[in-house]
Design a protein around this ligand. Structure first.
Ligand code: ARG
Length: 463
C-alpha cells in the first residue's frame, strides 16, 4: 500500500519533488524499534480499553513484530513516497495483516507518535551516555591515581603560573565530566514522559488509558497537556545543551592534549594506535583524535543552535518544521557517544612525561607567590610582599637566574626578614604540598579527592 494515508481530501497526486522534499524516512528510520514498541503498547491498551477486539490486537502485534524483524534483518524496503517511519510501518502492516491494520491508528496521531518515538529513543541513548561517562570518569580517576607524583606547570593566560600535580589537572576534568553526567541525569525525568494519547493536539474521544501505555513502555509519567506534549521539543534542547557543554569540556581537553603532544611542550606521548601519520612527511605523528573531537564540538553546538532556531517562533501546536529535530538530535547523540568512547580508550594509554613536566616547573618563577607567602609569614603585609618579590623576580631575570638560585645575600637586599629557610619554601614539593586548602593541589588533598571520586563511582547506580 503506497497511497497516502491522508489522501482522501486530495484531488491531485503529490508532486514527486514534494514527496522527496518532505520525506524524513532516511533519517527517522532509525526510530523503527521505538515506533513499533510504541505501536504494540498502543494496540494492547486499545484492546484492554475495549476500543478494538483482543483478536484484532493480537493480529496487529504479530504483524508489528514481523515488521521489526524484517527491518532488523535488512529485508524491509523503504520508499520516499511513504514519508516517514510511521507510514512505512503502517503500510507494511496492511500488506501483512490486511484491513485490520487500519485500526492501529485509532486514538493516535503521528504528532504524538513521533514525540513518543523520540522520547523512547532519547531516554535509551541518554542512559547509555551516562554509563559511557561513568567509564570515562573512571579513566580519569585511574590516570590521576597512576600519576600522583608528577608535577607540572599550571597555567593562567597560557603563561606558567604555579605548579600543580598532573593528577590535580586530570581530576579537574573528572569534575567537569561528572557535572555533565549529572546534567543528563537531571534531564532524564523530563525526557521520561509519555505523550501518546494526546493525538494531534487536543486529546481524543476514545476511552483510552494512557497510564496503561506508559506502564507498558516503562515511563515514569504521562504528559499533562496534550498541546504541550506534541508541540514542545525542550526535552531535546535540554539534551543538546548538556551535550554541547560536555563537548566543550572535551574540546578544551583535546586542545590541551594537542598542545602537550607538540615538540614545544613535549608533556605527553600519545599512543601510536590513537595517532595518525602524514602522507608526505614521514616523521609525523599527528594527534588527529583530539583534533577531531575538538572539531566535532562545532557540530554539536551547531545542532543545539539549529534546533533552538527551528523552535523559536513556532506557534502551537505541531508544525512540520519540527521534523528537522531528529537530524540534529541523532547527529549529536552519535558524535557525543563516539567522542566519549574514543577518549575513554585513549586516556589510559597517554604517557605523561614526568621529567619534562617537572623540568618545565623550574622556569617561569612558579614559586614567586610562595616567596611572597613566606614574607607574609614573617609579618609583612601581602601587597608589600608582592612588591618585594616582584623586584626580586626582575633582578633574577636580569641575572639569568631562578629565584632559588639567588644567594642569601642577594635575597636579603630585598628584605632583611629573609633567612635560609626561604630556599626550602621555594622547592616545587613545598610549593605544591603546602596548598592544602580544600580543593587545592597538595598531594594529600589530591589523594583524598581521587579516593573520594573512586568511592563515588563505585557507589553510583547506573541507569
Ligand atoms: N515525520 C514527522 C516528523 O518527524 C512525523 C509527524 C508528522 N505529522 C504531520 N502532521 N505531518 O515530525
Amino acid at each position: 500500500m503506497t497511497e497516502k494515508a491522508w489522501g482522501g481530501r486530495f484531488s491531485e497526486k503529490t508532486d514527486q519533488t514534494v514527496e522527496a522534499f518532505t520525506a524524513s524516512i532516511a533519517i527517522d528510520r532509525r526510530l523503527y524499534r521505538h515506533d513499533i514498541d510504541g505501536s504494540i503498547a498502543h494496540c494492547r491498551m486499545l484492546a484492554r480499553a475495549g476500543i478494538i477486539s483482543e483478536d484484532d490486537a493480537a493480529q496487529l502485534v504479530k504483524g508489528l513484530e514481523q515488521i521489526r524483524d524484517e527491518i532488523t534483518n535488512g529485508q524491509f524496503v523503504f520508499d520516499d513516497r511513504l514519508e516517514d517511519i510511521h507510514m512505512h510501518v503502517e503500510s507494511r502492516l496492511f500488506d501483512i495483516v490486511g484491513n485490520v491494520a487500519r485500526k492501529l491508528h485509532t486514538a493516535r496521531s503521528r504528532n504524538d507518535q513521533v514525540a513518543l518515538d523520540a522520547r523512547l529513543y532519547l531516554r535509551e541513548e541518554t542512559r547509555h551516555i551516562i554509563r559511557q561517562l561513568h567509564a570515562l570518569r573512571k579513566a580519569f580517576v585511574d590516570a590521576a591515581r597512576a600519576n600522583i607524583g608528577t608535577v607540572m606547570p599550571g597555567y593562567t593566560h597560557m603563561q606558567r603560573a604555579q605548579p600543580v600535580l598532573v593528577s590535580h589537572h586530570l581530576m579537574a576534568y573528572y569534575e567537569m565530566f561528572t557535572r555533565d553526567s549529572d546534567r543528563l541525569r537531571d534531564a532524564l525525568p523530563r525526557i521520561d514522559v509519555m505523550p501518546l494519547g494526546c493525538a494531534a493536539l487536543a486529546g481524543t474521544t476514545y476511552p483510552i488509558d494512557r497510564d496503561d501505555t506508559a506502564a507498558q513502555l516503562g515511563f515514569a509519567a504521562i504528559s499533562a497537556n496534550s498541546m504541550d506534549a506534541v508541540a514542545d521539543r525542550d526535552f531535546m534542547l535540554e539534551f543538546l545543551s548538556a551535550a554541547s557543554i560536555c563537548m566543550v569540556h572535551f574540546s578544551r581537553l583535546s586542545e590541551e592534549l594537542v598542545l602537550w603532544a607538540s615538540t614545544e611542550f613535549g608533556f605527553i606521548e600519545l599512543p601510536d594506535a590513537f595517532s595518525t601519520g602524514s602522507s608526505i612527511m614521514p616523521q609525523k605523528k599527528n594527534p588527529d583524535v583530539p583534533e577531531l573531537i575538538r572539531g566535532k564540538t562545532g557540530r554539536v553546538i551547531g545542532d543545539l543552535v539549529a534546533l533552538l532556531t527551528t523552535m523559536k517562533a513556532l506557534p502551537m501546536a505541531y508544525n512540520r518544521d519540527m521534523q528537522e529535530d531528529k537530524g540534529a538530535l541523532f547527529s549529536s547523540v552519535d558524535t557525543l557517544q563516539a567522542c566519549i568512547e574514543v577518549m575513554t580508550k585513549m586516556l589510559p594509554r597517554v604517557t605523561f612525561k614526568q621529567d619534562v613536566m617537572r623540568q618545565a616547573t623550574t622556569t617561569g618563577f612558579l614559586n614567586a607567590t610562595d616567596m611572597a607567602d613566606y614574607l607574609v609569614g614573617k609579618g609583612i603585609p601581602f601587597r608589600e610582599a608582592h612588591a618585594v618579590v616582584g623586584r626580586a623576580v626582575a633582578y633574577a631575570l636580569d641575572h639569568g637566574k631562578r629565584l632559588e638560585q639567588l644567594t642569601l645575600e642577594e635575597m636579603r637586599v630585598f628584605s632583611d626578614e629573609i633567612d635560609t629557610s626561604l630556599f626550602e619554601a621555594l622547592t616545587v614539593e613545598q610549593v605544591v604540598n603546602r596548598r592544602t586548602s580544600s580543593g587545592g593541589t597538595a598531594t594529600e588533598n589530591v589523594k583524598s579527592a581521587v579516593s573520594l571520586a573512586g568511592a563515588r563511582l563505585t557507589a553510583e547506580r547506573l541507569p
